[in-house]
Design a protein. Structure first.
Length: 368
Protein backbone atom coordinates (compact mmCIF):
# COMPACT_ATOMS: atom_id res chain seq x y z
CA UNK A 1 0.00 0.00 0.00
CA UNK A 2 2.85 2.34 0.85
CA UNK A 3 4.49 1.65 -2.53
CA UNK A 4 1.23 2.50 -4.32
CA UNK A 5 0.97 5.81 -2.44
CA UNK A 6 4.56 6.69 -3.32
CA UNK A 7 3.91 5.78 -6.95
CA UNK A 8 0.72 7.87 -7.10
CA UNK A 9 2.51 10.80 -5.47
CA UNK A 10 5.30 10.59 -8.05
CA UNK A 11 2.78 10.47 -10.89
CA UNK A 12 1.05 13.52 -9.41
CA UNK A 13 4.38 15.41 -9.25
CA UNK A 14 5.21 14.51 -12.85
CA UNK A 15 1.78 15.59 -14.11
CA UNK A 16 1.95 18.84 -12.13
CA UNK A 17 5.39 19.66 -13.52
CA UNK A 18 4.17 18.85 -17.03
CA UNK A 19 1.10 21.11 -16.67
CA UNK A 20 3.26 23.97 -15.38
CA UNK A 21 5.73 23.53 -18.26
CA UNK A 22 2.83 23.36 -20.73
CA UNK A 23 1.36 26.65 -19.44
CA UNK A 24 4.78 28.34 -19.52
CA UNK A 25 5.36 27.11 -23.08
CA UNK A 26 1.98 28.40 -24.26
CA UNK A 27 2.78 31.80 -22.73
CA UNK A 28 6.37 32.12 -23.97
CA UNK A 29 6.02 30.33 -27.33
CA UNK A 30 2.54 31.15 -28.70
CA UNK A 31 3.66 30.26 -32.23
CA UNK A 32 3.90 26.62 -31.11
CA UNK A 33 0.45 26.50 -29.56
CA UNK A 34 -1.48 27.20 -32.77
CA UNK A 35 -1.60 25.53 -36.18
CA UNK A 36 0.63 22.70 -35.02
CA UNK A 37 -1.67 19.74 -34.48
CA UNK A 38 -0.90 16.61 -36.51
CA UNK A 39 -2.85 13.38 -36.81
CA UNK A 40 -1.80 10.67 -39.23
CA UNK A 41 -4.26 9.24 -41.74
CA UNK A 42 -7.20 7.57 -40.04
CA UNK A 43 -9.61 5.26 -41.84
CA UNK A 44 -13.25 6.43 -41.95
CA UNK A 45 -14.54 3.58 -44.09
CA UNK A 46 -13.34 1.38 -46.94
CA UNK A 47 -12.86 4.34 -49.27
CA UNK A 48 -12.33 7.43 -47.09
CA UNK A 49 -9.50 8.63 -44.86
CA UNK A 50 -9.00 11.70 -42.71
CA UNK A 51 -5.89 13.41 -41.32
CA UNK A 52 -4.81 16.63 -39.61
CA UNK A 53 -1.77 18.62 -40.79
CA UNK A 54 -0.75 21.77 -38.90
CA UNK A 55 -4.26 21.82 -37.39
CA UNK A 56 -5.92 21.69 -40.82
CA UNK A 57 -8.41 18.86 -41.40
CA UNK A 58 -7.66 16.88 -44.52
CA UNK A 59 -9.73 14.26 -46.31
CA UNK A 60 -8.72 11.59 -48.78
CA UNK A 61 -10.71 9.18 -50.88
CA UNK A 62 -9.68 6.03 -52.69
CA UNK A 63 -10.25 6.62 -56.40
CA UNK A 64 -9.02 4.27 -59.10
CA UNK A 65 -6.78 2.68 -56.48
CA UNK A 66 -5.18 5.96 -55.34
CA UNK A 67 -5.57 7.99 -52.16
CA UNK A 68 -6.55 11.36 -53.61
CA UNK A 69 -7.01 14.57 -51.63
CA UNK A 70 -10.69 15.45 -51.82
CA UNK A 71 -13.10 18.27 -50.99
CA UNK A 72 -15.55 15.71 -49.54
CA UNK A 73 -17.47 15.62 -52.82
CA UNK A 74 -17.97 12.08 -54.05
CA UNK A 75 -14.89 11.64 -56.25
CA UNK A 76 -16.59 9.17 -58.57
CA UNK A 77 -19.41 11.64 -59.24
CA UNK A 78 -17.15 14.61 -59.96
CA UNK A 79 -15.05 12.63 -62.44
CA UNK A 80 -16.09 13.56 -65.98
CA UNK A 81 -14.92 11.09 -68.62
CA UNK A 82 -15.29 13.77 -71.30
CA UNK A 83 -12.56 15.89 -69.70
CA UNK A 84 -8.85 15.35 -69.81
CA UNK A 85 -7.33 14.64 -66.42
CA UNK A 86 -4.36 16.28 -64.74
CA UNK A 87 -2.74 13.71 -62.45
CA UNK A 88 -0.40 15.28 -59.90
CA UNK A 89 2.22 13.02 -58.36
CA UNK A 90 4.56 14.29 -55.69
CA UNK A 91 5.34 14.33 -52.00
CA UNK A 92 3.99 16.25 -49.00
CA UNK A 93 3.98 19.53 -50.97
CA UNK A 94 1.44 18.13 -53.44
CA UNK A 95 -0.36 16.41 -50.61
CA UNK A 96 -1.30 19.85 -49.28
CA UNK A 97 0.91 19.81 -46.20
CA UNK A 98 -0.45 22.20 -43.58
CA UNK A 99 -3.19 23.52 -45.87
CA UNK A 100 -6.94 23.36 -46.10
CA UNK A 101 -8.17 22.02 -49.42
CA UNK A 102 -9.09 25.42 -50.90
CA UNK A 103 -5.54 26.72 -50.34
CA UNK A 104 -3.81 23.92 -52.27
CA UNK A 105 -2.29 24.75 -55.64
CA UNK A 106 -4.24 21.96 -57.37
CA UNK A 107 -7.60 23.27 -56.15
CA UNK A 108 -6.74 26.83 -57.24
CA UNK A 109 -5.53 25.47 -60.59
CA UNK A 110 -8.82 23.62 -61.18
CA UNK A 111 -10.96 26.65 -60.34
CA UNK A 112 -8.84 28.98 -62.47
CA UNK A 113 -8.95 26.67 -65.49
CA UNK A 114 -12.70 26.32 -65.06
CA UNK A 115 -13.12 30.10 -64.95
CA UNK A 116 -11.54 30.41 -68.40
CA UNK A 117 -13.68 27.54 -69.71
CA UNK A 118 -10.90 24.95 -69.71
CA UNK A 119 -12.43 22.01 -67.88
CA UNK A 120 -10.20 19.29 -66.47
CA UNK A 121 -10.42 16.57 -63.90
CA UNK A 122 -7.59 17.31 -61.46
CA UNK A 123 -6.43 14.80 -58.88
CA UNK A 124 -3.51 14.99 -56.50
CA UNK A 125 -2.54 11.42 -55.76
CA UNK A 126 0.59 12.49 -53.92
CA UNK A 127 1.77 11.19 -50.59
CA UNK A 128 4.51 11.83 -48.07
CA UNK A 129 7.75 10.44 -49.48
CA UNK A 130 6.78 9.62 -53.08
CA UNK A 131 9.54 9.79 -55.69
CA UNK A 132 10.28 8.74 -59.27
CA UNK A 133 10.55 5.05 -58.44
CA UNK A 134 7.04 5.03 -56.98
CA UNK A 135 5.57 7.04 -59.84
CA UNK A 136 7.13 4.96 -62.61
CA UNK A 137 5.75 1.81 -61.00
CA UNK A 138 2.27 3.35 -60.71
CA UNK A 139 2.16 4.45 -64.37
CA UNK A 140 3.64 1.21 -65.65
CA UNK A 141 1.19 -0.98 -63.71
CA UNK A 142 -2.00 1.05 -64.27
CA UNK A 143 -2.19 1.62 -68.00
CA UNK A 144 -6.00 1.39 -68.08
CA UNK A 145 -6.43 4.35 -65.69
CA UNK A 146 -4.71 7.00 -67.80
CA UNK A 147 -6.30 8.23 -71.01
CA UNK A 148 -4.44 9.61 -74.02
CA UNK A 149 -3.60 13.32 -73.68
CA UNK A 150 -3.99 13.23 -69.91
CA UNK A 151 -1.40 15.28 -68.06
CA UNK A 152 1.02 13.69 -65.65
CA UNK A 153 2.60 16.30 -63.38
CA UNK A 154 5.61 15.24 -61.32
CA UNK A 155 6.26 17.66 -58.45
CA UNK A 156 10.02 17.72 -58.03
CA UNK A 157 11.48 18.42 -54.61
CA UNK A 158 15.17 19.14 -54.04
CA UNK A 159 15.23 16.46 -51.36
CA UNK A 160 14.39 13.91 -54.08
CA UNK A 161 18.07 13.75 -55.02
CA UNK A 162 19.55 10.86 -53.06
CA UNK A 163 22.18 8.20 -53.80
CA UNK A 164 20.68 4.87 -54.83
CA UNK A 165 22.26 3.25 -51.77
CA UNK A 166 20.12 5.52 -49.57
CA UNK A 167 17.00 4.62 -51.52
CA UNK A 168 17.80 0.91 -51.30
CA UNK A 169 18.13 1.21 -47.51
CA UNK A 170 14.82 3.02 -47.25
CA UNK A 171 16.36 6.34 -46.15
CA UNK A 172 14.66 8.08 -49.02
CA UNK A 173 11.30 7.29 -50.53
CA UNK A 174 11.23 3.63 -51.50
CA UNK A 175 9.62 1.21 -49.09
CA UNK A 176 11.82 -1.63 -47.92
CA UNK A 177 11.31 -4.84 -46.00
CA UNK A 178 9.54 -4.19 -42.71
CA UNK A 179 11.45 -5.42 -39.68
CA UNK A 180 10.85 -5.01 -35.96
CA UNK A 181 12.93 -1.84 -35.72
CA UNK A 182 11.22 -0.11 -38.66
CA UNK A 183 7.81 -1.14 -37.35
CA UNK A 184 8.65 0.26 -33.91
CA UNK A 185 9.82 3.58 -35.40
CA UNK A 186 6.69 3.76 -37.56
CA UNK A 187 4.41 3.08 -34.59
CA UNK A 188 6.24 5.62 -32.43
CA UNK A 189 5.97 8.27 -35.15
CA UNK A 190 2.23 7.62 -35.35
CA UNK A 191 1.91 7.95 -31.58
CA UNK A 192 4.09 11.07 -31.60
CA UNK A 193 2.04 12.86 -34.25
CA UNK A 194 -1.33 11.70 -32.99
CA UNK A 195 -0.81 12.45 -29.30
CA UNK A 196 2.49 14.02 -28.23
CA UNK A 197 2.24 16.80 -30.81
CA UNK A 198 -0.90 18.03 -29.10
CA UNK A 199 1.41 19.43 -26.40
CA UNK A 200 2.95 22.87 -26.91
CA UNK A 201 5.75 21.97 -24.49
CA UNK A 202 6.57 18.84 -26.50
CA UNK A 203 6.60 20.78 -29.77
CA UNK A 204 8.96 23.40 -28.29
CA UNK A 205 11.28 20.66 -26.99
CA UNK A 206 11.18 18.85 -30.35
CA UNK A 207 12.06 22.06 -32.18
CA UNK A 208 15.07 22.93 -30.03
CA UNK A 209 16.20 19.31 -29.76
CA UNK A 210 16.34 19.16 -33.56
CA UNK A 211 18.66 22.18 -33.49
CA UNK A 212 20.78 20.85 -30.62
CA UNK A 213 21.41 17.48 -32.27
CA UNK A 214 22.67 19.16 -35.46
CA UNK A 215 26.03 20.79 -35.97
CA UNK A 216 25.08 24.37 -36.85
CA UNK A 217 28.61 25.82 -36.79
CA UNK A 218 32.03 24.95 -38.16
CA UNK A 219 33.30 24.39 -41.69
CA UNK A 220 31.48 22.48 -44.40
CA UNK A 221 33.51 19.30 -43.95
CA UNK A 222 33.14 19.09 -40.19
CA UNK A 223 29.38 19.77 -40.31
CA UNK A 224 28.93 16.66 -42.44
CA UNK A 225 25.28 16.15 -43.47
CA UNK A 226 24.20 19.07 -41.27
CA UNK A 227 25.80 21.59 -43.64
CA UNK A 228 22.97 21.23 -46.19
CA UNK A 229 20.59 18.80 -44.50
CA UNK A 230 17.98 17.37 -46.84
CA UNK A 231 19.60 19.23 -49.75
CA UNK A 232 23.03 17.58 -49.26
CA UNK A 233 22.97 15.79 -52.60
CA UNK A 234 20.88 18.15 -54.72
CA UNK A 235 23.32 20.95 -53.91
CA UNK A 236 26.39 18.73 -53.69
CA UNK A 237 27.66 19.36 -50.18
CA UNK A 238 31.47 19.57 -50.30
CA UNK A 239 31.96 16.36 -48.33
CA UNK A 240 29.58 14.47 -50.66
CA UNK A 241 30.42 15.93 -54.07
CA UNK A 242 31.06 12.57 -55.78
CA UNK A 243 27.95 10.97 -54.29
CA UNK A 244 25.96 14.02 -55.40
CA UNK A 245 27.13 13.75 -59.01
CA UNK A 246 26.13 10.08 -59.04
CA UNK A 247 22.76 10.88 -57.43
CA UNK A 248 21.97 13.46 -60.12
CA UNK A 249 23.00 11.01 -62.87
CA UNK A 250 20.73 8.39 -61.33
CA UNK A 251 17.87 10.89 -61.17
CA UNK A 252 18.37 11.90 -64.80
CA UNK A 253 18.23 8.28 -65.96
CA UNK A 254 15.02 7.74 -64.04
CA UNK A 255 13.28 10.88 -65.27
CA UNK A 256 14.23 9.99 -68.86
CA UNK A 257 12.66 6.55 -68.32
CA UNK A 258 9.50 8.18 -66.95
CA UNK A 259 9.40 10.62 -69.88
CA UNK A 260 9.74 7.72 -72.35
CA UNK A 261 6.98 5.81 -70.58
CA UNK A 262 4.58 8.78 -70.70
CA UNK A 263 5.44 9.35 -74.38
CA UNK A 264 4.64 5.71 -75.12
CA UNK A 265 1.27 6.13 -73.38
CA UNK A 266 0.65 9.45 -75.17
CA UNK A 267 0.50 11.34 -71.87
CA UNK A 268 1.69 14.92 -71.45
CA UNK A 269 4.52 14.96 -68.95
CA UNK A 270 5.28 18.10 -66.90
CA UNK A 271 7.74 18.59 -64.06
CA UNK A 272 6.66 21.11 -61.42
CA UNK A 273 9.73 22.36 -59.55
CA UNK A 274 8.87 23.12 -55.94
CA UNK A 275 11.03 26.05 -54.70
CA UNK A 276 12.75 26.01 -51.33
CA UNK A 277 13.09 29.03 -49.06
CA UNK A 278 16.90 29.01 -49.40
CA UNK A 279 16.42 30.16 -53.00
CA UNK A 280 14.13 33.08 -52.14
CA UNK A 281 15.29 36.41 -50.69
CA UNK A 282 14.22 37.61 -47.23
CA UNK A 283 13.53 34.09 -45.89
CA UNK A 284 16.68 33.70 -43.81
CA UNK A 285 14.71 33.44 -40.53
CA UNK A 286 13.15 30.15 -41.66
CA UNK A 287 16.58 28.54 -41.91
CA UNK A 288 16.86 27.66 -38.22
CA UNK A 289 19.18 24.71 -38.95
CA UNK A 290 21.59 27.20 -40.56
CA UNK A 291 21.88 25.28 -43.82
CA UNK A 292 24.68 26.90 -45.81
CA UNK A 293 24.56 27.07 -49.61
CA UNK A 294 28.21 28.18 -49.51
CA UNK A 295 28.93 24.52 -48.76
CA UNK A 296 27.48 23.45 -52.12
CA UNK A 297 29.41 22.34 -55.19
CA UNK A 298 26.31 22.20 -57.40
CA UNK A 299 23.62 24.78 -58.09
CA UNK A 300 20.57 22.55 -57.63
CA UNK A 301 18.24 24.75 -59.64
CA UNK A 302 20.62 25.11 -62.57
CA UNK A 303 21.13 21.35 -62.51
CA UNK A 304 17.45 20.40 -62.67
CA UNK A 305 16.79 23.01 -65.39
CA UNK A 306 19.74 21.71 -67.42
CA UNK A 307 18.45 18.12 -67.21
CA UNK A 308 14.92 19.11 -68.21
CA UNK A 309 16.04 21.35 -71.07
CA UNK A 310 18.52 18.82 -72.50
CA UNK A 311 15.90 16.10 -72.46
CA UNK A 312 13.15 18.34 -73.83
CA UNK A 313 10.93 17.84 -70.79
CA UNK A 314 8.24 20.47 -70.19
CA UNK A 315 8.51 22.08 -66.78
CA UNK A 316 6.95 24.71 -64.55
CA UNK A 317 9.39 26.74 -62.44
CA UNK A 318 7.56 29.04 -59.98
CA UNK A 319 10.75 30.48 -58.45
CA UNK A 320 10.64 33.69 -60.50
CA UNK A 321 7.09 34.32 -59.23
CA UNK A 322 8.21 33.72 -55.64
CA UNK A 323 11.07 36.19 -56.02
CA UNK A 324 8.95 38.85 -57.75
CA UNK A 325 6.30 38.52 -55.04
CA UNK A 326 8.67 39.04 -52.11
CA UNK A 327 10.52 41.84 -53.90
CA UNK A 328 7.30 43.80 -54.34
CA UNK A 329 6.11 43.07 -50.81
CA UNK A 330 9.44 44.06 -49.34
CA UNK A 331 9.52 47.28 -51.33
CA UNK A 332 6.25 48.30 -49.68
CA UNK A 333 7.45 46.94 -46.31
CA UNK A 334 4.64 44.36 -46.40
CA UNK A 335 6.82 41.28 -46.50
CA UNK A 336 5.22 37.98 -45.52
CA UNK A 337 6.97 34.62 -46.00
CA UNK A 338 5.92 32.17 -48.68
CA UNK A 339 6.83 29.13 -46.58
CA UNK A 340 5.71 27.82 -43.23
CA UNK A 341 7.54 29.00 -40.13
CA UNK A 342 10.86 27.20 -39.51
CA UNK A 343 10.32 25.24 -42.72
CA UNK A 344 12.55 25.60 -45.78
CA UNK A 345 10.62 23.04 -47.81
CA UNK A 346 6.83 23.56 -47.69
CA UNK A 347 5.22 26.58 -49.39
CA UNK A 348 2.32 28.04 -47.42
CA UNK A 349 -1.01 29.20 -48.88
CA UNK A 350 0.57 32.20 -50.66
CA UNK A 351 3.30 29.97 -52.04
CA UNK A 352 0.70 27.50 -53.29
CA UNK A 353 -1.13 30.31 -55.06
CA UNK A 354 2.06 31.18 -56.95
CA UNK A 355 2.67 27.52 -57.78
CA UNK A 356 -0.82 27.30 -59.26
CA UNK A 357 -0.18 30.37 -61.43
CA UNK A 358 3.08 28.91 -62.72
CA UNK A 359 1.51 25.52 -63.49
CA UNK A 360 -1.47 27.23 -65.14
CA UNK A 361 0.88 29.10 -67.49
CA UNK A 362 2.63 25.86 -68.40
CA UNK A 363 -0.54 23.86 -69.03
CA UNK A 364 -2.24 26.70 -70.91
CA UNK A 365 0.80 27.08 -73.13
CA UNK A 366 1.02 23.37 -73.95
CA UNK A 367 -2.63 22.32 -74.25
CA UNK A 368 -4.18 21.41 -77.56
Amino acid sequence: MKIIKILLFQIFIVLTVFVVLELISIKLFPEYSINQKYVGKQKIDEFKLTAVSKSKNQFFEKFKGFNTRTDLTDTEKRFNENYKTIWIFGDSVSNGYGLKYTDTFFYILKKTLSSIRREFNIFSVSDYGNNLDNIYEIINNNNEIFQEKDYLVFQFNYNDILPQSYLDKGVGRVKTEVNFFRKFISNFDTFRYNYLHRSTFFRVMTHYASIARRDTSGDCQSRNLDALGMYTFSYGSKKYSKESINAWENFENKIINLKNLTDDRNLKFIVLISPISLQVSYHEDLNFHKLDLNCSTIDGREKILDILNRNKIIYSDPLYLFQDYVNLDNKEKNFEPLFFEYDTNHPNAKGNLLMSISLLETIYGNDD
